[in-house]
Design a protein around this ligand. Structure first.
Ligand code: SF4
Ligand code: SF4
Length: 70
């Protein structure tokens, strides 16, 4: 599992749970939780309006980052 969920930012909206291709996200007690099996696709990182999810993998950080090095 390579993502981190900031529980202070997560509102439990549930949007990310529909976008996960492997179905490892779920909302429990108004907070999102991730189970084993995340493939680090980045869907949830991009869809979360509250920026509550981040990916630990450096490649994904690059992909989801706003600035590009030139
Ligand atoms: S989309 Fe963001 S705020 Fe909504 S449940 Fe997922 S992590 Fe929480
Ligand atoms: S990075 Fe992809 S596989 Fe992992 S929890 Fe998010 S949506 Fe699911």
């Amino acid at each position: 599992m390579d993502i981190k969920i900031d529980l202070l930012k997560c509102t439990g909206c549930g949007t990310c749970t529909y976008l996960c291709p492997v179905g490892v996200l779920s909302v429990v007690d108004t907070k999102c939780q991730v189970q084993e099996g995340c493939i680090s696709c980045g869907n949830c990182v991009e869809i979360c309006s509250f920026k509550a999810i981040t990916v630990g993998d450096p490649i994904m950080k690059k992909r989801t980052g706003k600035k590009r090095a030139h």
